[in-house]
Design a protein. Sequence first.
Length: 225
Amino acid sequence: MVKSSESIENRKKRAKRVLRALKKLYPDTETALEHESPYELLVSTILSAQCTDDRVNMVTPTLFKKYPNPKKLAAAKTDDVEEIIRSTGFYRQKTKSIVGATKKIVEDYGGEVPGNMDDLLTLPGVARKTANCVLGSAFGINEGIVVDTHVGRLAERLALTWNAKNSKDAVKIEKDLMELFPRKDWTFIANALIDHGRAVCGARKPKCDECKLAKDCPSADTLDS
Ligand code: SF4
């Protein structure tokens, strides 16, 4: 971790400037997973594990045409679902998760995706990251902050986390980010950091020389690029 000795006041001031810059850069940011309902976003988010959003967006039109609601997917044949989602990887486990989740939605939640963290976490294949994504982007509820690979990497490079051991320590990174940013911006900050990670601060080649966050980033020009 960089700059672990920085005071929380200072870190909060930097976070405020980072947030302001991100709002200018990505004013309309939203999840790249195409969806038209909480059900579609839930399934897409489960499929996005270890897979690109673009790849998920390629298979979901077929999947949702055949299974347009939780009830239909809950009654699907495993082989048929596996065939459709195969290219997203880990397709056997993902099929178990999405069919299992929709079964529980039908049995316990009247066929509607629940709009709160506790109930979402009872669904097979749904952990906090998926629940945060569904709550934030489908229900407009800022319950937490999605920490995926991009958010983890940028939080570490921008020194927006001080308790995490590394960029994969999602639980601690989320807690630190929640302390730094106002609740109303939690969904925005995750989506904007993901956009910035894709466009500028890539895993292998961060473009620090053209980064608008550089003056507030302790890692600027310290990484190989
Ligand atoms: S200055 Fe470099 S390391 Fe920091 S956020 Fe920008 S691209 Fe990433």
